[in-house]
Ligand binder design. Structure first.
Ligand code: CO
Length: 134
């Protein structure tokens, strides 16, 4: 069911500093920051030949990544995103297997304007999993 690794996401305390590390130190191809109010984050994407790195920073008062940054003040790995062909079919199969989908269980438009869902880390080896329909 899961396909390619779409991206790995890293929460960072300072987006400009993180972008500079990925652009200048690591020599990566780094996008401009984009605010995603629906998800309470600002994102920068680092485009690699085989996948992407999503740099995340809290946006607004109610950001879901703010508690993560409080626990990990220097930042850290936040989630992995796998591609699926049909997000509703994927969700129904996972729910039937007993997995927990976060939020109301309905896909929301993600960073690439494609539908995404998040799965409970306790059901997936301690890692928050994002599914993106491509
Ligand atoms: Co993501």
């Amino acid at each position: 069911m899961i396909g390619r690794l779409n991206h790995l996401a890293i929460v960072v305390p300072d987006l400009a500093a993180a972008a500079a590390i990925y652009r200048d130190t690591l020599g990566g191809s780094v996008s401009e920051p984009v605010d995603l109010p629906l998800h309470g984050v600002t994102t920068i994407f680092v485009n690699l030949p085989n996948t992407k790195i999503e740099l995340l920073h809290p946006l607004g008062d109610d950001s879901p990544v703010a508690p993560f940054l409080e626990k990990n003040p220097s930042g850290g790995m936040h989630h992995v995103c796998y591609e699926v062909d049909d997000i509703h079919a994927a969700r129904d199969r996972l729910v039937a297997e007993g997995a927990r989908v976060l939020g109301n269980g309905e896909p929301k438009p993600g960073a690439h304007d494609k539908p995404v869902l998040f799965l409970h880390p306790k059901d997936f080896c301690g890692t928050l999993v994002e599914l993106e329909q491509v």
